[in-house]
Design a protein around this ligand. Structure first.
Ligand code: NAD
Length: 381
């Protein structure tokens, strides 16, 4: 089976789907691995390092034409999908609820897609969970970026010239990214508060040495898969009203609130931004999915009345080497799970397999996930 990976076409992307270590392990399974020249350049990985472990290089066009399986990090663009032969498989993030064009193209061209966002959040599948691995590094990078932009030092410092109080950091949304943001801000010495609509996370917040902010917004909770339930407009307005004071007192606010398959909730409105001190920093980790913060712009840093709002989408890309290692390792775990040792092929449509049943989105010309099928043009498959 020929596994192919080509250079990512998202501008500025330095992460790669395959590291030399994972190429070696894939070849160990009995697959061939072929890459585009200059594949790991942005990540300081030379072609020679990949060749040493058995990868072969060819032109992008030749690779796409011969691929049995295309391995990628970001969703391959339509042109790339169209260059694959019918029946080929793609394994990558696909952003399936928004990139419905790619889902229908894959369906119509009978391309099978294993979609990283749809891997079930179970203990068994943790090693394949690229959403978590990238969110965790994103949470870290969000705090480091905020610290860089903030005019305040994070730790308390007692000096002969006086005592500097610790920076106040407020984290909204305590999933994987939020937890890492809290831990990072604590390590830097900040005074950290956090809030989430899922009350179950209060204990995790406290165990990291941060304070959980209690807000009364009526019934909240989580779905069976552990994702937050969507709040009503009235609940969100109440949440903003009660949260405004905490936001106004913060030097840094990191928002990470997401709703699976839905636009991100609006957590901070223009009035709350206006209530912050000039020099304060907000990192909106949801800027690319609609934004938690009114006025934030995906992939831009803007300033409103002296408050800097950072909407950089690819925060894990700031730590591209570690993010690539983790993604490649997630990818390998998924491929190893789907690998049939006897046939030396991927076995995708395995009956009763929870992982593949969850993340195999298009196969044999059909869309298999009802939630995604429901948002496709025309509604059904
Ligand atoms: P996510 O990225 O979907 O959302 C981030 C956080 O935003 C969540 O904690 C959510 O509750 C919160 N949020 C949503 N609306 C909000 C609002 N209005 N105000 C404040 N906060 C709001 O979440 P995630 O990091 O992908 O994690 C989702 C769930 O999956 C969590 O329960 C997590 O513990 C669980 N999980 C399980 C596994 C596993 O078992 N393998 C792995 C990763 C995550």
């Amino acid at each position: 089976m020929i596994f192919v990976s080509v250079r990512d076409q998202v501008p500025g992307e330095r992460r790669v789907a395959l590291t030399p270590g994972v190429v070696k392990r894939l070849i160990g399974l009995g697959a061939e691995v072929r890459l585009e020249s200059g594949y790991g350049e942005g990540n300081h990985l030379s072609d020679a390092q990949y060749e040493e472990v058995g990868a072969r290089f060819a032109s992008r066009d030749a690779l796409l034409a011969e691929a049995d399986v295309l391995l990628a990090l970001n969703a391959p663009e339509a042109e790339t999908l169209s260059s694959l032969r019918e029946g080929a498989t793609v394994v990558s993030f696909l952003d399936p609820f928004r990139r419905t064009d790619l889902v229908t193209l894959a369906r119509d061209r009978k391309i099978s897609t294993l979609v990283m966002e749809l891997i079930p959040r179970t203990s068994y599948a943790q090693k394949m969970d690229a959403l978590s691995s990238q969110a965790s590094l994103g949470g870290y990078a969000a705090v480091i970026t905020a610290a860089d932009r903030s005019p305040k030092a994070f730790p308390m410092m007692s000096t002969p010239a006086g005592t500097i109080p610790p920076a106040r950091v407020f984290v909204v949304g305590v999933g994987v990214a939020g937890l890492q943001a809290i831990a990072t801000a604590k390590r830097l010495g900040a005074r950290v508060e956090a809030y989430d609509t899922r009350p179950v996370v209060a204990e995790q917040v406290q165990s990291l040495g941060a304070k959980f902010v209690e807000l009364d917004v009526g019934e909240t909770g989580q779905t069976e898969q552990g994702y937050a339930k969507e709040l009503s407009e009235e609940q969100l307005a109440e949440q903003r009203r009660q949260m405004a004071k905490v936001v106004a007192g913060a030097d840094v606010v990191i928002t990470t609130a997401q709703l699976f398959g839905r636009p991100a909730p609006r957590i901070i409105d223009a009035g709350m931004v206006a209530g912050m001190k000039p020099g304060s920093v907000i990192v909106d980790m949801a800027a690319s999915t609609g934004g938690n913060v009114e006025g934030s712009v995906s992939d831009e840093e803007i300033e409103i009345n002296g408050v800097r709002i950072i909407g950089i989408a690819n925060l894990p890309g700031f730590v591209a080497r570690d993010a690539s290692e983790m993604y490649a390792s997630n990818l390998f775990a998924l491929l190893e799970h789907a690998w049939n040792d006897e046939t030396k092929q991927l076995d995708l449509a395995r009956e009763g397999d929870e992982v593949l049943g969850g993340c195999l989105l298009t196969h044999d010309g059909a869309v298999r996930d009802e939630r995604v099928a429901a948002v496709l043009p025309g509604g059904a498959q």
